[in-house]
Design a protein around this ligand. Structure first.
Ligand SMILES: Nc1ncnc2c1ncn2[C@@H]1O[C@H](COP(=O)(O)OP(=O)(O)O)[C@@H](O)[C@H]1O
Ligand SMILES: [Mg+2]
Length: 408
């Protein structure tokens, strides 16, 4: 047993408190290292920060790998959409200073700090009084800043707060790097795995074609298979790249006003023959509106929902698309719904549907797909400040519903 003596002159009860805080940090860092899910991890870091420094709130700001911009990854009392659009300047903000200099900063009173970046307070109607900001360093590289905000009970930040938060920040930075690497490797292996099926089909076809005894009609079949599998590969690689762009924050919208009714008509034209092949009828009921958005990306969304509604339908079923104006919390919006008469989606599968690579186990047998379409769809709708959800009854069909805000 080691005996830890309190330093000469220090108040024993204060020392016991300090020791408890250090024991807690060890416990926390073990928890962080066992968490690979980004969101859960960020939440744990936030909770640990406020707990250890005895503060009201905390935020994590990270340098985006793609763009090098500093953005909020997570903050207590924020809704993700409120802060995700804010780019925090590297010069002219406390977090920017800490990230570029790799040193801690304490601001005991933000009113006397010219570098204080007040856009966040303005956005979420929060009043910052004081801040402790420390660099998040992983393997000699500063990946962002961890901030603890508003010391409780009118106290001031002291040296122990700085030391504790700095220790936590470096543990947290390593955990974040690990979870990023894990996500990437996960994505890579899933992707390569998906590519193997069409590649194997292509390989078999070429082997067959090279046999001199192959009958002429079989030769034709092989070529058709090769054409289909190549198309599938092209589609898959496009989806992979698309999703990778959204996940790394590199995807950007090209907004311009467009007429919704015309876009929907165009999409119906494209999927018409797919429906005809299986006797599925398509209907539409569209209230027109001008949408300020990325036409190409909204088209991608509608095509994915329509092809799903056909693909996961029964023969001779129906698909309908509707668009109507609605209001939500004082903002006008367009609500678009795609309904099918397919097999529906089991309740326990519904919550996973928008996750990448997820396919309802039964469907995998009789249809082809990557399970990326709805993940991309959700990214696009949310980038337009919209929402997407579904209603489905097993055996009866599904409705996918999305909203797009309209100009006021
Ligand atoms: N309209 C629908 N009816 C029933 N199941 C659906 C429907 N749309 C999507 N799904 C299920 O959700 C999964 C994910 O869809 P998606 O992301 O578009 O990928 P993919 O179509 O490539 O499989 C599908 O594999 C299917 O199991
Ligand atoms: Mg799909």
């Amino acid at each position: 047993m080691t005996h830890i003596a309190s330093p000469a002159g220090a108040d024993p009860s204060q020392f016991a408190q300090l020791l408890a805080r250090y024991e807690r940090i060890i416990e926390i860092s073990q928890q962080l290292n066992s968490t690979l899910d980004q969101t859960v991890l960020l939440q744990k870091i936030i909770n640990a920060s406020t707990e250890l420094t005895n503060t009201e709130a905390a935020s994590i700001l990270l340098i985006e790998p793609g763009t090098g911009e500093l953005r909020f990854a997570y903050a207590s009392n924020m809704k993700p959409h409120e802060l995700e659009d804010i780019v925090v300047p590297l010069e002219g903000s406390i977090a920017g200073w800490v990230t570029t200099h790799g040193e801690a900063r304490v601001i005991q009173d933000v009113r006397r700090e010219p570098q204080f970046f007040s856009q966040v307070d303005d956005t979420i109607q929060f009043q910052t009084r004081n801040i402790l900001a420390v660099p998040m360093r992983a393997h000699d590289k500063v990946i962002g800043t961890l901030e603890a905000v508003n010391k409780l009970n009118g106290a001031r930040f002291d040296d122990e707060d700085i030391k504790l938060l700095t220790t936590l920040a470096s543990q947290a930075a390593i955990a974040i790097e690990n979870s990023r690497l894990f996500q990437q490797s996960d994505f890579m292996s899933e992707m390569v795995h998906e590519l193997r099926t069409p590649l194997a089909a292509l390989k078999t076809s070429t082997v067959m074609l090279l046999r001199p005894d192959l009958p002429g009609d079989r030769r034709q079949d092989m070529l058709v298979t090769m054409q289909q599998e190549t198309d599938r590969l092209i589609g898959m690689t496009t989806d992979f790249l698309d999703l990778a762009r959204w996940e790394s924050g590199r995807a950007r919208l090209q907004r311009e006003p467009f007429t919704l009714a015309k876009l929907i008509a165009e999409c119906l034209d494209i999927v018409h023959s797919q429906g005809d092949e299986r006797g599925i009828t398509l209907r539409s009921h569209v209230e027109d509106a001008t949408i300020d958005g990325d036409r190409g990306k909204i088209k991608q969304v509608l095509l994915n929902l329509l092809t799903n509604a056909i693909k996961y339908n029964r023969d001779y079923g129906q698909v309908s698309i509707s668009a109507e104006r609605a209001w939500h919390e004082g903002t006008p919006l367009m609500e678009i719904a795609v309904t099918d008469t397919g097999y529906g989606i089991p309740r326990q599968a519904q919550k996973n549907l928008f996750q990448k690579f997820y396919r309802v186990p039964d469907t995998a047998g009789y249809t082809q797909g990557t399970g990326l379409g709805l993940a991309i769809t959700k990214h696009i709708v949310e980038a337009h400040d919209g929402e997407i959800w579904l209603e489905s009854q097993e055996g009866a069909g599904s409705t996918f519903r999305l909203t797009l805000p309209l100009e006021t």
